[in-house]
Design a protein around this ligand. Structure first.
Ligand code: HEC
Ligand code: HEC
Ligand code: HEC
Length: 431
């Protein structure tokens, strides 16, 4: 036999061994279905606690389709290799999780494996949810099981080969999943530990706010919470201090409670439902704990600029209003975003000289806000911003961005903005 044949033979043998081992290792037993549920078993206190935890975990944000019943699944998430659909997590026994025992629910939340033993895609943020403690997972289960069952079969997820081979997730889990509840850091205060637990566990802030590697795993260590991408929006760094003013504990508390911090801006895009459906439902002490934890991640700054000084510098850079961008700004935006303080008719008037989006590495959020406006604010009291996609062309938006970035924020121009504006415009749903 030639050397080539020997090598090929051995390779084939090794490959089939690896496949067999993979199938063997990835095999997970089904957990027996429950016959019926006795919701009396759960206490009111447990259900109420579970409801808050479900809000923190944004379960309904992902598990509710537009116009669909709450938690009945079917929200489509388009990713480069196909479309993923969220599942029905109401207690309907056939189409939902009504036949799931607590151990089956716990396995899904901690290990990303469903009742039948099937691996779940990590678009379901179980790498964060796994950190939840038993008593909280039990409360969450009690809440979900005591909700009205909804009979609804969401569309089947169908990803391209090889992503449709679910056992392959075993390898991904081996790289990125560290199953098990989070332990307290004894060197920190009880409030800090509470905040870390809520943010890193059910709150899954890092799912959007940490950068990802080419295998879609979250980067950890120093890159944890250093800024990521969510639904083509930049989710700014929560650690690392790229915002023009340092985030204080009070700023964070305002932002997480109301979706607005006068020293930073509003929570738009995918952050709006995180506040509206989630954080705004939490008790004050929990929000304070999250704000306390996040503020501990802010680096010490040599000379923290004040809001007044940033606004004042911006005013100086915008005199006289000569450029095309400046003229557009005064015509289209000033009525609501003037630097000087004036009466507020409806909603807030975010100072753009302080807005994180104008200091970000990428212009994407600013472009999106201008094109699409803000029709679904984090809190109705913030007001709505009109969309400019039909009234401003690409060049006008580029002129406007140049003015916002250079004159209001005093930053070096973004590169290839025009290309980005037309790409984002093309990606918007028609309407
Ligand atoms: C970022 C979106 C997202 C969030 C937030 C989210 N889920 Fe999911 N979840 C999904 C997706 C997508 C799937 C389906 C994954 C698949 O098909 O492999 C899923 C699957 C599940 C499953 C498995 C159900 C089944 O029928 O196989 C359970 C249980 C579940 N989620 C519970 C929850 C709970 C409880 C919360 C809130 C604490 C939550 N999810 C929050 C996206 C999300
Ligand atoms: C679904 C993705 C997603 C999740 C989950 C998420 N965020 Fe965000 N977050 C964003 C996006 C996108 C922005 C930018 C919003 C904007 O520009 O209006 C943002 C902005 C923020 C900001 C303002 C940052 C700045 O400099 O302006 C804070 C603070 C914040 N998020 C905190 C949190 C916390 C705390 C959690 C977890 C409890 C969390 N986020 C979870 C997507 C997310
Ligand atoms: C009718 C009033 C109005 C006009 C006109 C207006 N805005 Fe806004 N803008 C708002 C309001 C209100 C918010 C906060 C909305 C919210 O979050 O609910 C906002 C928010 C913003 C934000 C912050 C987004 C974030 O994520 O922090 C930016 C950037 C912005 N506007 C830019 C502009 C630009 C540029 C123009 C002119 C092309 C403009 N706006 C015109 C009312 C307006």
């Amino acid at each position: 036999m030639s050397t080539f044949k020997t090598i090929a033979g051995w390779s084939l043998a090794a490959l089939s061994l690896a496949v067999t081992a993979g199938v063997f290792l990835s095999w997970q037993p089904a957990i027996a279905p429950l016959d019926h549920h006795d919701i009396q078993y759960f206490s009111h206190a447990q259900i109420a606690k579970g409801e808050q935890l479900a809000a923190l975990g944004d379960c309904a944000v992902c598990h509710t389709a537009p116009g669909g019943a709450r938690n009945a699944g079917g929200l489509a998430m388009r990713i480069p290799f196909g479309t993923l659909y969220s599942t029905n997590i109401t207690p309907d026994p056939e189409t939902g999780i009504g036949s799931w025992s607590y151990p089956a629910f716990e396995r899904a939340m901690r290990h990303g494996i469903d009742r039948s033993g099937r691996y779940l895609y990590p678009a379901f943020p179980y790498t964060a949810f796994t950190k939840t403690r038993d008593e909280d997972l039990k409360a969450l289960y009690a809440y979900l099981m005591s909700q009205p069952p909804v009979r609804h079969q969401p569309p089947q997820t169908d990803l391209h080969f090889p992503f449709n081979i679910r056992p392959g997730i075993l390898a991904w889990n081996w790289l990125y999943l560290r199953p098990g509840a989070m332990a307290d850091d004894p060197g920190r205060s009880a409030q800090w530990n509470r905040g870390a637990y809520l943010s890193e566990g059910l709150g899954h802030c890092s799912a959007c706010h940490s950068p990802r590697d080419p295998l879609f795993g979250e980067r950890g260590g120093r890159r944890h919470l250093s800024g990521g991408v969510a639904e083509d929006w930049s989710a700014h760094a929560l650690a690392g201090g790229k915002a023009p003013l340092a985030w204080t504990e009070q700023d964070l508390l305002d932002f997480l409670r109301h979706g607005y911090s006068p020293r930073h801006g509003v929570a738009a895009g995918p952050m709006a439902p995180v506040i509206h459906e989630g954080l705004a439902q939490l008790p004050e002490a929990d929000l304070q704990a999250i704000a306390h934890y996040l503020s501990s991640l802010q680096p010490a700054r040599a000379a923290p600029a004040s809001a007044d000084s940033l606004n004042h510098q911006a005013e100086q850079r915008t005199e006289p209003l000569g450029s095309p961008g400046a003229r557009l700004f005064s015509g289209a935006c000033m009525a609501c975003h003037a630097q000087e303080k004036g009466p507020t008719l409806t909603g807030v008037r975010p100072s753009l000289a302080l807005n994180s989006n104008l200091y970000a590495d990428r212009p994407d959020n600013a472009i999106r806000v201008i094109l699409e406006g803000i029709a679904q604010p984090a809190n109705p009291e913030l007001g709505y911003m009109p969309a400019f996609r039909h009234s401003l062309d690409d060049q006008q938006i580029v002129d406007l961005l140049t003015f916002l970035r250079q004159n209001l924020a005093g930053q070096a121009p973004w590169k290839e903005v025009k290309q980005r504006v037309s790409q984002i415009r093309a990606s918007l749903p028609p309407g």
